[in-house]
Write a protein that binds this ligand. Structure first.
Ligand SMILES: [Mg+2]
Length: 218
């Protein structure tokens, strides 16, 4: 069932520079277009911490070197906020992502929907443009179903949604059930750890994913 909660403020597609009559592809950034764990791992290492790949989680994977207990979540959150304020412009693009979106661009509107703090807006937007991803960016928070539903409701074309997290994919299934959903986990170290679901195809190769998105919106 759809979770309750405040309705998001949904911008009009016109205000985002997107056409209503074309298909719409909504894409996540961290672990979909960009190698977040790799970038964040490097960022925390420079500050004397370790990001381990013990489970599909974030704050529970942050350690002081040599320790067995993960860092306090409040400490982890500070590092996370600092990364989005000053370090998120250094991510590596996920292999094949830029090329796949370039191939989709003539066939669909592309909107990047990233759950990141507002302080990341300039660095994240610059990062996207610098890597050949000059698409509209929305920074959001919480499950992505409600805002996705508000956006896809404005479209007369088919729609697709790509994310690494089942919580977001499930939320979109609840709120915008006609939107095609795909799970993608960019970092090879996370793939075995990341939960998957029969409800959403999982495609970790961007070349194959691009083709599947194209079929879904045609
Ligand atoms: Mg993500």
């Amino acid at each position: 069932m759809a979770e309750s909660g405040p309705r998001p403020i949904v911008p009009t597609l016109e205000s985002l520079g997107l056409a209503r009559e074309r298909p719409l592809v909504i894409v996540d950034v961290d672990e979909v277009l960009g190698l977040f764990m790799k970038g964040f791992g490097g960022f925390v290492a420079e500050r004397g911490y370790e990001l381990r790949f013990d489970r599909f989680a974030l704050f529970q994977n942050l350690y002081r070197p040599g320790e067995m207990e993960h860092l306090e979540v409040t400490e982890g959150r500070k590092l996370f906020d600092e990364f989005f304020r000053s370090g998120c412009g250094e991510l590596e693009p996920a292999p094949g992502a830029v090329e796949a979106l370039a191939r989709l661009k003539p066939k669909a509107e592309i909107l990047i929907l990233s759950n990141a703090p507002a302080s990341a807006e300039r660095l994240r937007g610059d990062w996207l443009r610098r890597h050949g991803l000059p698409h509209t960016l929305i920074l959001s928070s919480g499950p992505k179903g409600p805002i996705t539903a508000g956006l896809t409701a404005q479209c007369s074309g088919k729609t697709a949604f790509i994310d690494d997290l089942l919580s977001n994919l499930d939320s979109v299934a609840d709120h915008s059930p006609r939107t095609a959903r795909f799970q993608h986990v960019a970092d090879p170290r996370l793939r075995a750890l990341a939960p998957r679901s029969d409800a959403h195809p999982r495609i970790d190769d961007w070349a194959q994913l691009g083709e599947a998105i194209e079929r879904a919106i045609s």
